[in-house]
Design a protein around this ligand. Sequence first.
Ligand code: ADP
Ligand code: MG
Length: 359
Amino acid sequence: MKTVREITDLKDKKVFLRVDLDLAVSDGEITESFRAEKQKETLDYLVKNGAKVVMVAHISDVESFSELIPQLHILLGYEIGFIKDVDSIASYLDSYSVPGLLDNIRLNEGEEKNDPEFSKRLASNFDIYVNNAFATCHRDHASISGVPSIIPSYAGFVIQEEVAQLEKSVAAPADGKLIIIGGAKASTKIPVIKNLLDKSEAILLGGVVANDFLKERGQDMGSSMVDEDSAELLKGIDINDPRLILPTDFIVFDNKILDIGDKTMKDYIDRISRAKMIIWNGPMGLFENPVFAKGTNEIIMAMANSSAYKIVGGGDSISALDKTGLLSKFDFVSIGGGAMLAFLAGEEMPGLKALEYNA
Ligand code: ADP
Ligand code: MG
């Protein structure tokens, strides 16, 4: 995979920069800016070296980027030109020198279908493709895998760092390596457990993911949240593998397991204190309610106090961590979410494959 630093001459080059700007927006205000700030380094590098940059991104909370331009100007530190559609890219590049932002790429039918004609239309405006949207690299979309199959393509600093950090964590010796998996969305987490079980000392489970294992072990789950298809999801895993650590006591309300209990918490804290490397994704319980946040908060504090190399990812995990003010205690915070889980599951990622292929 080639990175932007390997582009020999950027002066006046027209660069398609796939960025990750899937920001949280509420009442027209950007409420979570972490992802936008992460884009600055690559944008700065391209602009400083004289490239003409058009940023391309999707956003889910609102239809269009148009209303967000003044806020993005402040977050990114540049005046940003708004490009309303694909047909306007060519004239934008001819007329303006400030970085442009194409409107929500998913407004185009060809994007999610990865339509080759759409990719050609996009690519025809540019000399170089740079991908800096790690969080979308598990998608086979035109702006992720289509365009880089047409023009020379490079990885931005975000992708370079994510891949390096995640590769390092997967490759670290099993001895002393702890994986902590909780939360819901078990279908995206169980593949990670499958892939990392042999590569780690132990996997600590919590949340709905743990419920699925407990259910398959024959425990009465009452009204707890479980996945209907847990048997299917857990196929291929020995659910009694001694490296899989399940909660043994719980906080129950309304006949539902909503957090791990004190005994489990103590065991998890003890294991965390002895770890050399920790990969964490997913809260231990229904942490949005402070009554059921203790398990999650206690393991966060244990991790913060541990000297282990610590990696975290996942929207809710980062939000729980942010609430405790201990985010800076982690060595690496992945903005990947689903993409991080796909990487940790050892899945082939179309966005990364396209960069390798074209190197
Ligand atoms: P992340 O975004 O960090 O990957 P997930 O999205 O997979 O995490 O899971 C977070 C969600 O799981 C939270 O909304 C949390 O309330 C929920 N959750 C965790 N444990 C339980 C539980 N025992 N019962 C119901 N919901 C739970
Ligand atoms: Mg989540």
